[in-house]
Write a protein that binds this ligand. Structure first.
Ligand SMILES: [Zn+2]
Length: 134
């Protein structure tokens, strides 16, 4: 396996874990190319829909890569519609909250999902359980 693919799998692994915990069927596609700035491009297949190409920055740290991967996947997913035509909400927030969680601001630490209205309830990316967070 190429070192690019190892890097891509490490960037996607926590995000895929969160998607699976939310009930999605997820498969990482192969490498689909390289952007002009050197970022590696791949695809993610979520419930049969291909999201991508998604860039992974070989020059970034592991937490930075996971953060940007989570952000790209969320952006692409929120553009999708469910089978009934409703907007996708991912990751779902606390009970009664109809908005998706947001990523915590960029920083040196591991990224987390937080509530945009009531900050403080943070779940690290890769640790969503699918259960509502009180
Ligand atoms: Zn919320």
């Amino acid at each position: 396996m190429s070192s690019d693919m190892v890097m891509v799998e490490r960037a996607f692994e926590p995000v895929i874990r969160d998607l699976v915990a939310s009930g999605y069927a997820v498969q990482l596609g192969g490498l689909v190319g390289r952007a002009v700035d050197g970022q590696v491009l791949t695809e993610l297949i979520v419930d049969g829909q291909t999201l991508g190409p998604l860039p992974v920055d070989s020059g970034a740290s592991d937490p930075e890569r996971v953060r940007s991967t989570a952000g790209f996947v969320q952006d692409r997913l929120l553009e999708c519609r469910t089978a009934s035509g409703a907007s996708v909400v991912w990751p779902t927030c606390r009970p009664g909250h109809h908005h998706p969680r947001e990523l915590t601001p960029a920083g040196p630490g591991w990224p987390a999902w937080t509530c945009p209205r009531e900050p403080g309830v943070e779940v690290p990316v890769g640790e969503l359980t699918g259960e509502p967070v009180e």
